[in-house]
Design a protein around this ligand. Sequence first.
Ligand code: AN7
Length: 363
Amino acid sequence: MDNKTTPGAGEWSGVIESYSSFLPVNRQTPVITLMEGNTPLVRARNLEKKLGCPARLYLKWEGMNPTGSFKDRGMTLAVSKAIEEGARGFVCASTGNTSASAAAYAARSGYPCYVLIPENAVAMGKLAQSLMYGATVINVRGNFDQALQMVLDIVESRPVTLVNSLNPYRLEGQKTSSFEICDILGEAPHTLFIPVGNAGNITAYWNGFREYRSAGLSSRLPRMCGFQAAGASPIVQGERVENPETVATAIRIGNPASWKSAVDAARDSGGSISTVTDQEILEAYHLLASQEGVFVEAASSASVAGLSKTLQENPGAFKEGDDVVCVLTGNGLKDLQLAIDNCPQPVTIGADISELEKVMELR
Ligand code: AN7
């Protein structure tokens, strides 16, 4: 297949320049970039064994983006296009990662950024990022869905650009992850597993795979398998969830903005949107770190939880030689409290070699 080749060291210049022919940019577009994208696609042989997966399993490690999540792919484009079109500031509602990314790209643009986050429901690392990048952080006594509605109302009357995924440039940028997967595998995977919250990312990946196939750069389309947390699963329930609850705060969303296009992606690709419980999410969270050395945030592990559940329900789901990709959307370092609360605690000893010997014998 006549694919683009993987860039060598020093050759990567961010998703806009690398995939400009697939993006709505021109020579005048001021490119605001942090060199996002080009994230690792990691083969997960230990998980293949552990889960009894006959297919080749790859992890698309999006937590390696500059602000630690996939949001950077869309934010570089949304902010660049906004500046091209004369924007004077940015606003978003967020469960944490969008706000961190918006704040960082806004900082580089030199324009102010306002982020609305649900009070007490955003991981501390994400809050710290937004504050450090200099955004005005607004805690809303309500949930994400309420904050998003407020943002939609405010952009009617204020000269600020909405950078939630309702901004179409966000999904345009995010589709570049599909391109990277195809470039590395030399073909689209057979199946893609992905967490679903506001449902923008599954929509973006599906768009990307279809565009690459239309351009002759891949010849098949993957089955798109999306996973919501059971306590925040409006798409699966078929109705809004007023009070979504899940340990995976990033996907604690009850009324997804890209609801319809996510349903279309699952249906048209022969895939599905299903649920995983918080317990299944936490099991996958530990498995990824302990078996593969890949520390993701809880929401990200919904994709691997979904794969695990699929294999339990149907061990013949994949054939040998198939390529399966799990998208890992965010970095585990964003939520250290969750990690520490869910692990055995360290042992403390004196500065004494005999105490150390005792501990190591017990193990
Ligand atoms: C780690 O930051 O909605 O289905 O406001 O942070 O495209 O919404 C985050 C979503 C998955 C879900 N994994 O993606 C926000 C926000 C992580 C996330 C999702 C999010 P979408």
